[in-house]
Design a protein around this ligand. Structure first.
Ligand code: CP3
Length: 341
């Protein structure tokens, strides 16, 4: 068992800097495409054997130090009673957006073992197959709410912010339900065997720090507080585009804070205090020539030394256009350069 990543999450010394990539299982891999050619994305997410296979692919091919459960942050939202579709070029769509009191009342807080048994079964299968730690995950309530309120992806988040500003009571009722659902969902993942949990707040960065502290962070804090009652698995909180939110994020309760590429890790370390940092290579830096890519990686490793601990990752998910051989170069560079140092 390679427990380097787990040790780094706990703030222990490691022989080298562990590395994994957000969205490391996915469309940039021909091996993933081969499976996706046969089933839809939602069918894939609900098939534990196939989920296990695509989770293992990047770990086997590139030697990542952690695996991340293959699923999607919106799977438990479907379990709340919503219709969810994935459209080929548009991404996720909720055909019936949640914008009224009646719509919020209709949502159920699902029992994970009953409604998403395939996720928990995937975790159990993976724990038997893996030689590196398994990361479970969820979306953060604010990020999940944007999909429900907008009916899918968004650029300006007008409907979400309108609800926050004009109907804060309705917004709070919706977020409370999503929070309860997410809390149970992550607890079930920990019980099934997830060894680390990451909470993705992909859209946190569209909020002012003032609104983030009132309308996003408290729900994350509640989930983490619930988790701390029942498990000691390390928790990673990733607030994307969150350089201006970092000081607030110190109070999330997470052990590790994920960072995008907009702030160097050494500066982040000064703001983040006693936290381990995860990040923060620009995903498009994977398109650099080998030597330049290695230089960027060396720089991030040096900056990361100023933090309490460092887990190497991208600053956001890997892009589908990324050449797999560049991923290989990056993982090897992290391992080698961090050992020398
Ligand atoms: O390898 C891994 O990281 C595990 C799998 C994973 C997926 N989605 C698979 C996926 C994880 C951790 C996610 C999280 C996720 N899903 C987030 C948070 C991370 C982030 O990127 O900010 C968000 C916002 C979503 C919602 C989502 N799912 C969108 C917006 C899309 C469409 C855009 C896109 O990237 O395709 C998805 C679809 C999705 N989720 C795919 C995969 C592999 C592509 C589906 C396909 O095969 O066609």
């Amino acid at each position: 068992m390679n427990d380097t990543f787990l040790r780094a999450c706990r703030g222990e010394q490691t022989d080298y800097t562990p590395v994994w990539f957000m969205r490391q299982a996915g469309r940039y891999l021909p091996e993933y495409q081969a499976i996706r050619g046969k089933v839809s994305f939602l069918e894939l997410c609900k098939n534990p054997e196939l989920c296990t296979e695509v989770t293992l692919q990047p770990v086997d091919i590139f030697g990542f130090d952690a695996a991340i459960l293959f699923s999607d942050i919106l799977i438990p939202m479907e379990a709340m009673g919503l219709k969810l579709e994935f459209h080929e070029n548009r991404g996720p769509v909720f055909p019936d957006p949640v914008r009224t009191e009646a719509a919020v009342k209709q949502l159920i807080v699902p029992e994970p073992e009953e409604t998403v048994p395939f996720v928990l079964e995937t975790i159990r299968l993976l724990r038997r197959a893996l030689k590196v730690p398994l990361i479970g995950f969820s979306g953060a309530p604010f990020t999940l709410a944007t999909y429900l309120i907008e009916g899918g992806s968004s650029k300006v988040f007008l409907e979400t912010k309108r609800m926050i500003y004009q109907e804060p009571t309705l917004y709070h009722a919706l977020l409370e339900k999503i929070t309860r659902c997410t809390s149970l969902y992550l607890q079930a993942q920990a019980r099934a065997g997830a060894q680390v949990l990451q909470i993705f707040d992909s859209w946190a960065g569209v909020l002012t720090p003032y609104d983030f502290e009132r309308f996003a962070l408290p729900y994350v804090q509640a989930i983490i507080a619930d988790l701390r009652q029942m498990t000691d698995v390390p928790i990673i909180y990733f607030a994307n585009n969150g350089a201006t939110l970092l000081e607030s994020c110190k109070t999330s309760g997470a052990d590790v804070l994920g960072l995008d590429w907009r702030l160097p890790l050494n500066k982040a370390a000064r703001l983040a205090g006693n936290h381990i940092l995860q990040g923060n290579l620009d995903p498009i830096a994977l398109f650099l020539p080998k030597e330049e890519l290695e230089k960027r990686i060396a720089l991030i490793l040096a900056e990361g030394k100023e933090a309490k601990g460092h887990i190497f990752n991208l600053g956001h998910g890997i892009l589908p256009q990324t050449p797999p051989e560049q991923v290989k170069i990056a993982v090897e560079a992290v391992h080698q350069l961090s050992q020398q140092a």
